[in-house]
Design a protein. Structure first.
Length: 207
């Protein structure tokens, strides 16, 4: 199996304004999933933002995952949700249908990661930044990814702060590599960044 790309959007307040960059990214390389982060708003506004973006993502054969708002998944046409921590995962997994994806991040220890896998997570994410933008050092994420890939069946998503790290995480055995700011903040534009990211992941995984 090859490692695939997982995109994390900026915090979106204006779906129309974001669509050109997202379109460019999706057209430049194959993407497995897009995690949609939404700025605070009333429920109807949030649902409309998701509905505006979902068809674009799904037409690219990617899954749209709503960040932190699993309650909006069914009504918005999203494919699932990304939640933080084992406690939220356990609550949400019992409320969403089995065909909806529920992935989990914020797992800081090996024990939490194993509990997440046992609790029905469709994937476990390592390395994503905290709310203040800081995350674990790349070598720590690489080590955790390699440990998980060697032992466990549920897929691993490994967050990469830059494209060079993305290549190392793929080599460590990540099923998916998540990229966010490294794509959207690239001065060349999202399409060029995506092409570089996709090229960095091209490899055959060792069984």
């Amino acid at each position: 199996m090859r490692t695939r790309l997982y995109l994390i959007t900026p915090v979106i307040a204006d779906a129309d304004a974001f669509i050109p960059a997202l379109t460019a990214a999706l057209e430049a390389a194959e993407v497995a999933a897009v995690r949609l982060r939404l700025a605070d708003a009333d429920e109807r506004t949030l649902i409309n933002r998701i509905r505006h973006i979902a068809p674009l993502v799904q037409e690219a054969s990617a899954a749209l995952l709503v960040d932190g708002r699993p309650d909006l998944v069914a009504r918005s046409g999203a494919d699932g949700a990304h939640v933080t921590g084992v406690g939220q995962l356990q609550t949400v997994r019992g409320t969403l249908p089995a065909e909806r994806i529920v992935g989990v991040g914020g797992v800081r220890t090996r024990h939490d990661a194993m509990t997440a896998g046992e609790s029905g997570a469709d994937y476990v994410m390592f390395g994503e930044p905290d709310l203040d933008g800081t995350g674990p050092p790349p070598e720590s994420v690489i080590e955790r990814t390699a440990w998980w890939a060697e032992i466990f069946e549920p897929p691993c998503v490994a967050y990469a702060a830059d494209i060079r790290t993305a290549a190392a995480l793929a080599e460590a055995g990540a099923d998916f590599v998540a990229l966010g700011d490294a794509i959207w903040n690239d001065p060349r534009g999202a399409a060029a960044a995506m092409r570089d990211a996709a090229a960095s992941l091209t490899r055959d995984k060792v069984p």
